[in-house]
Write a protein that binds this ligand. Structure first.
Ligand code: NAG
Ligand code: NAG
Ligand code: NAG
Ligand code: NAG
Length: 370
């Protein structure tokens, strides 16, 4: 009881202290040459154990009906078979480090698969440079803001890709392979708790039958194995995944940009840039682009309006950040905003958005801190 109150007081103190800030997410190296069970060690040690546990409890408690816990425990017990290497070992290492149960860590990883209500934009400017930006909207717990990190994923001492993730989350929902391509993942479908669990149950089914990848692990596989935009799009279109999503991909050459609408088995639709015919950008939120967005959650039409107001010749990281920072595209649930251009790897930036603000200064001072 007292422990809980102390944690709460610390937590409120931190949140209040950090409110109304847009801060650069902390950046870490994530080394693929380190044994998977040790890859999180140096990151986890920067977080207080109890606080991290508290954050994760908070994240899970809100969305985890009791009926599902036995299913998760079954998955955790069969993790050897159901969660592929190296993700399983990474999760085991993380669980050991934080004192969490493996089933909770798996639940956390599954939860992130479904709860990402986001906006992604890929645009080509008049010089042919491709820019890619995204808001991650997930704000039912402030904890996620604190757990947002940038990871430079290395092999043989070289960065093979850079992404944004949450502490303990082994998938990659936002990232860029330098000089090759960038990928963001948006959830496809409704955000109601009921639907989340319908999706999750179907996902368990896909896992048990075997062969399906977590939709957030597939980008990691693609970042690690593919070296160009076309191969990335091909792989993201074909591999079986456990939940329908949108993969938004940007490349390095003119015309390289697309929204891949995924069913579990394969792509339902690939919607590419077509600058010669006026389609110099594409916007994806959480609804199929050929259908109207629901009137209660229309971020797409405003984003289209803002992009048109920017104009193709003015597109750069600042402009994309501005569009993503303008309500209703930007909303109280926005956890982070990331902007990148794979052709210029130094552009990768990610800010944690601590408070909904009607007006936010773009490219704040924190820009220089990364
Ligand atoms: C943050 O900004 C909002 C809007 O300007 C304001 O209503 C709120 O009180 C601020 N919160 C803190 C903790 O300063
Ligand atoms: C998190 O939840 C577990 C079990 O649900 C509990 O044992 C643990 O004390 C909780 N930790 C914190 C910091 O709230
Ligand atoms: C997260 O919260 C901790 C308090 O334990 C604080 O020290 C740290 O700066 C926060 N980290 C981020 C990235 O906000
Ligand atoms: C984008 O263009 C604007 C206007 O020309 C400029 O002020 C800004 O610094 C540019 N941003 C980046 C990231 O290059």
């Amino acid at each position: 009881m007292w422990k809980g109150i102390v944690i709460l007081v610390i937590w409120v103190g931190i949140v209040q202290g950090e409110r109304n800030h847009t801060v650069a997410a902390p950046r870490y190296r994530f080394d693929l040459d380190t044994p998977p069970e040790k890859r999180w060690d140096h990151i986890v040690k920067d977080w207080d154990d109890k606080l991290l546990q508290h954050f994760i409890n908070e994240t899970l408690n809100d969305y985890l009906p009791e009926a599902v816990i036995p299913i998760l425990e079954t998955i955790a017990n069969a993790a050897d078979r159901l969660i592929p290497s190296p993700y399983r070992q990474e999760m085991e290492g993380f669980a050991k480090n934080t004192g969490l149960k493996l089933s909770d860590v798996i639940a956390l990883n599954l939860e992130y698969e479904f709860m990402t209500f986001c906006t992604s934009i890929v645009a080509q400017n008049s010089n042919g440079q491709i820019w890619h930006g995204r808001n991650m909207d997930y704000g039912f717990v402030d904890a996620l803001r604190n757990m947002t990190i940038i990871a430079d994923v290395t092999r043989n001492g070289k960065v093979i890709y850079t992404g944004t993730t949450f502490v303990g989350f082994c998938g990659m929902l936002t990232g860029m392979r330098p000089n090759a391509f960038s990928i963001t993942v948006d959830a496809r479908g409704s955000g109601s708790k009921a639907d989340w669990w319908k999706n999750a149950l179907e996902a368990f089914n896909a896992l048990f039958i075997g062969g399906a990848s977590f939709s957030s692990f597939l980008p990691r596989e693609v970042f690690e194995s593919e070296t160009n935009y076309h191969d990335a799009v091909e792989k993201l279109s074909k591999r079986q995944i456990i939940a329908p999503v949108y993969y938004i991909v940007g490349g390095v050459k003119p015309g390289e940009g697309a929204v891949i609408t995924r069913d579990r088995l394969k792509a339902k639709d690939v919607w590419s840039l077509d600058p010669d015919n006026g389609r110099w950008y594409v916007v994806e939120t959480n609804y199929d682009h050929w259908l109207p967005p629901p009137s209660g959650d229309d971020r797409r039409d405003p984003a289209n309006k803002f992009m048109k107001a920017v104009g193709q010749k003015n597109v750069n990281g600042t402009a994309i950040y501005d569009v993503l920072s303008t309500p209703p595209v930007y909303r109280s649930a926005t956890v982070y905003t990331a902007v990148m251009s794979a052709a210029d790897p130094s552009t990768y930036k990610c800010w944690t958005r601590y408070e909904f603000l009607p007006t936010v200064k773009p490219w704040t001072e924190d820009y220089n801190e990364i």
